[in-house]
Ligand binder design. Structure first.
Ligand SMILES: Nc1nc2c(ncn2[C@@H]2O[C@H](COP(=O)(O)OP(=O)(O)O)[C@@H](O)[C@H]2O)c(=O)[nH]1
Ligand SMILES: Nc1ncnc2c1ncn2[C@@H]1O[C@H](COP(=O)(O)OP(=O)(O)O)[C@@H](O)[C@H]1O
Length: 211
């Protein structure tokens, strides 16, 4: 007798986007800590590490020359210019992992989201986080205290442009209270795992059921 959790399914590319400071990193860390079935897709970036960020865990921090070389060798699933730097998703093990039922979490912007959808629509699920207000967004960037005033100003300028892409996402969640937002993000992931089209183990299960 199979119980549903043992039925095979395809993995999900679970994408979290938001304007900078709205809470993607916070939600990602909570999700990775609470859910054993999802792994972070670690991006490569030419941006310098922030205090507390670890190479290979938060990002692969690479030089401009190394990033050029990776683009040249077609090492990226997708890449984009964001702010003054480049960010990209290394191809690596993602395709194979999805086939084996591994879920991946992507903390990427709207440009990367569009590219992933073009490459693999069936496995992508995208969630856009909104701040409760622009004043709250600025205050979060200031409280995080990891960027200079100049960088914060440029991130606030970009916020309106990023927010304008909200309607391209499957789900939109307002991150007002952290815990409430996290419950919603988890519910989305749980429900998406149950989608009939992802559950490749259903056909043999139902066949056996009917015999
Ligand atoms: N397209 C794309 N965007 C990325 C990737 N990695 C990170 N980003 C986006 O780049 C932006 C800046 O990220 P970061 O410098 O870490 O600042 P944050 O917005 O405060 O987390 C965010 O919108 C990220 O979602 C990637 O691999 N591809
Ligand atoms: N719902 C929330 N209420 C108050 N502060 C929050 C909330 N969500 C995140 N934060 C704080 O806001 C700052 C920016 O969040 P972060 O997750 O780094 O955003 P992003 O990754 O989208 O740039 C962090 O200091 C984080 O602790």
């Amino acid at each position: 007798m199979a119980d549903q959790s043992t039925l095979s399914r395809r993995g999900i590319m679970f994408i979290l986007s938001s304007p900078s400071g709205a809470g993607k990193t916070t939600m990602s860390h909570k999700l990775l800590g609470a859910d054993e079935e999802i792994k972070l897709s670690v991006s490569a970036t030419t941006r310098p590490p922030r205090k507390g960020e670890v190479d290979g865990i938060d990002y692969h921090f690479v030089s401009d020359a190394k990033f050029d070389e990776m683009v040249e060798k077609d090492d990226f699933y997708e890449w984009a210019h964001v702010f003054d730097h480049r960010y990209g998703t290394p191809k690596g093990y993602i395709r194979q992992g999805l086939k084996e039922g591994q879920d991946f979490l992507f903390d990427i912007d709207w440009q990367g989201t569009q590219q992933l959808y073009q490459k693999d629509q069936q496995d992508a699920v995208s969630v856009f986080l909104l701040p409760p207000s622009l004043a709250a967004l600025r205050s979060r960037l200031e409280t995080r205290a990891l960027d200079s005033a100049e960088v914060i100003d440029s991130r606030m300028e970009r916020a309106r442009n990023e927010i304008s892409h909200w309607a391209e996402y499957d789900y939109v969640v307002v991150n007002d209270d952290v815990d409430e937002c996290f419950v919603k993000v988890r519910e989305i992931l749980h429900a998406e795992r149950m989608k009939r089209t992802r559950q490749t183990g259903l056909i043999p299960f139902v066949r056996e059921l009917m015999e």
